[in-house]
Design a protein around this ligand. Structure first.
Ligand SMILES: Nc1ncnc2c1ncn2[C@@H]1O[C@H](COP(=O)(O)OP(=O)(O)OP(=O)(O)O)[C@@H](O)[C@H]1O
Ligand SMILES: [Mg+2]
Length: 243
């Protein structure tokens, strides 16, 4: 599989505090990498550096083989980088379908019938096809999460960044999200930051651990989550969902 994203020596300081500290990794198409780490470890900041909303102090970001380190956020979106947020950010006053269409037109830059076709495909993928004409603001939580994923996918043909998208869901709903991510990773690279470890374990091919901005582990999910280092970071308590 080709490389979707490659990061080398990525670093960011806020004042005297190094929030992301020399992070390197590679993400292939068809691969899902889970990211874990305590609150404040730098996970969301890493995403900000990847999507171009924050400029790194050092290091490089390659998207689909192209150096995008100095590329603006909207241009990275056009190159196929999509991001879903923990608190969904739909346009609440328009329909589900129009939300996705906006992403397809501005991100993937399709128009007319091909844009509508692509939006319909995406709604099908996330399980919202039968609610396409609902107002986005009227959706229950799981459907708002589906729509947030759809909006990210409408842009993210190459790479999807998912930041704690399973927060607040019931166990069964988390399972639904896991299945959607499993389908989405077939055609792109996915990075999923999530505190719900068993959700990551179900779909991630690798898990990467951030601690004080440093990548301290990166490998096969069960061995990473069971490692002494990770157990210690989580204050010696067994990590949720790992046996
Ligand atoms: N714009 C900013 N200015 C100053 N400090 C910041 C800024 N953004 C993040 N930080 C700090 O950087 C550190 C890492 O924050 P970040 O949001 O990346 O952590 P996180 O791993 O995503 O945490 P959480 O699990 O709580 O979401 C924190 O100490 C945070 O306070
Ligand atoms: Mg965060």
């Amino acid at each position: 599989m080709g490389t979707a994203l490659e990061v080398r020596g990525l670093g960011k300081k806020y004042g005297a505090i190094t929030v992301v500290d020399g992070v390197d990794f590679r993400l292939a198409r068809g691969e899902c990498v889970g990211v874990v780490g305590p609150n404040g470890a730098g996970k969301s900041t890493l995403f900000n550096l990847l999507d171009g909303s924050v400029v790194p102090d050092r290091g490089t970001v390659m998207l689909g083989g192209r150096d995008v380190t100095s590329t603006m956020q909207y241009q990275r979106a056009r190159l196929g980088l999509g991001r879903a947020f923990q608190i969904p950010r739909p346009f609440v006053g328009i329909s589900v379908a129009d939300n996705v269409l906006a992403g397809v037109m501005h991100g993937a830059r399709l128009q007319g019938a091909s844009a509508r076709r692509r939006a319909a495909e995406i709604l099908e993928m996330v399980g919202l096809a039968d609610r396409h004409d609902r107002l986005a603001g009227s959706l229950p939580l799981l459907d708002r999460k589906r729509l947030e994923l759809a909006r990210a996918v409408s842009v993210g043909s190459e790479v999807l960044l998912l930041d704690e998208i399973a927060g607040g869901l019931t166990e069964q709903e988390v399972f639904v999200v896991v299945e959607i991510v499993r389908a989405l990773k077939r055609d792109r690279g996915v990075i999923w930051i999530e505190h719900i470890a068993h959700a990551l374990m179900a779909v991630a091919d690798r898990i990467m651990v951030l601690h004080f901005g440093k990548k301290i582990a990166d490998g096969e999910p069960v061995s990473v989550m069971n490692s002494a280092l990770v157990q210690e970071i989580y204050l010696g308590s067994p990590v949720d969902g790992v046996t």
